[in-house]
Ligand binder design. Structure first.
Ligand code: DNO
Length: 357
């Protein structure tokens, strides 16, 4: 397990590279050019600037999250080819700075969805929260105004330029069924995976968060059966998964350890975090500790360990604790605690395996 930590870049993150370097066992940053509009080719000078900054702290840039996919690709519009060409050139450039894994998602319009970014836990910490009934009765524009178009920070995957075109996008998706979305994903992968293969890069699709259709939009990266289908669309080691335990865990019928075991060699990147799911379908993000949420983090780490996992892992989101002022879900403290929990489990498993060998 190779531990990495998401960093939003100089001036765009409250956490510094110096702090990240001091978290035990973190070897690289998970990064992206958050200021490049979706669909455009990433400029080499900006990529190199990131590289110089990370080099200064001996952190690598092997994991990119995300190179987002333009909506025209997901919609299967004729203009998609231009955006796929840009995507391919971005992959080629990322290879030059040593990228090995590129995380992306194929969720129509919205990336991850929550109704509250700072919901209070009993202990006074706050965390991202999803209220199911609220989303069901909410109009998507309301959600966007509340979550995305806030003046303080842009949310990853919630690019303002895209969300300002909400009505036409929803109209366009009226014509797109789940099967169409699968076909559009296949078209994208058939062009992109051979390029990734040439550059020894593994593409890693992120599950839909939460893993069910929202606002009548189709969503297909929701669970085990669909991952099987995805991996067969283009059967290559470069066509892989970002197995996100928090996204999948919002649906308790997802057996995540079983997915780790089944797809082990096609998971270049693990997102490991916990959520507590309530009976009414609401969920809140919790500490990483297994007993604090619904997701059995110990069993998940055990499944990775049993399969000799050598891919990248990150703690994913954390709560906001100790009065930290930070990007929602992306503070330093709780994610660093999460890393220590994951290492604790991992090291104990390593020790056991050695002693019983
Ligand atoms: C949010 C993240 C997502 C994720 C993308 C991957 O915190 O988990 O924005 O990065 O879905 O493409």
């Amino acid at each position: 397990m190779r531990m990495v930590f998401r960093w939003y870049g100089e001036g765009n993150d409250t956490v510094s590279l110096k702090q990240i370097k001091q978290i035990p066992g973190v070897e690289g940053i998970v990064w992206a050019l958050h200021d490049v509009p979706v669909g455009e080719e990433w400029p080499m000078d900006k990529i190199e600037a990131y590289k110089r900054q990370a080099d200064e702290y001996g952190l690598h840039l092997e994991v990119v999250e995300s190179v987002n996919v333009h909506e025209d690709i997901k919609l299967g519009l004729p203009s998609r080819d231009v955006y796929i060409d840009n995507y391919i050139r971005t992959i080629e450039k990322l290879a030059k700075v040593g990228a090995k894994t590129i995380c992306y998602n194929f969720m129509p319009v919205f990336d991850w969805i929550r109704t509250d970014l700072f919901k209070a836990h009993e202990d006074g910490s706050t965390a991202l929260f999803y209220e199911k009934a609220k989303v069901e009765e909410m109009n998507p524009q309301e959600l966007v105004s509340k979550i995305a178009l806030n003046p303080d920070f842009t949310m990853p995957g919630w690019e303002p330029e895209r969300l300002r075109r909400l009505a036409p996008l929803f109209d366009a998706y009226k014509e797109v069924s789940e099967e169409d979305l699968w076909n559009n994903l296949q078209y994208f992968l058939e062009r992109v995976i051979p390029v990734a293969e040439q550059h020894d890069i593994r593409m890693a699709i992120h599950p839909d968060d939460p893993p069910w259709p929202i606002f009548g939009l189709p969503r297909i990266m929701t669970g085990r059966e669909n991952f099987r289908r995805l991996l067969k669309l283009v059967d290559s080691p470069s066509n892989g998964l970002t197995l996100c335990s928090g996204s999948l865990g919002a649906n308790p019928s997802n057996d995540i350890p079983a997915m780790v075991r089944e797809f082990a060699d096609r998971i270049p990147f693990a997102h490991i975090r916990n959520v507590k799911v309530y009976e009414n379908g609401d969920f809140i993000e919790t500490s990483h500790r297994a007993c604090d949420g619904t997701v059995d983090i110990v069993d998940i780490v055990r499944a990775y360990h049993e399969n000799g996992f050598t891919g990248y892992a990150r703690p994913d989101h954390g709560r906001h604790i100790w009065d930290e002022q930070c990007r929602p879900g992306y503070g330093l403290y709780d994610r660093a605690l999460g890393i220590m929990y994951l290492w604790g489990i991992w090291d104990a498993l390593e020790r056991n395996a050695k002693e019983s060998a």
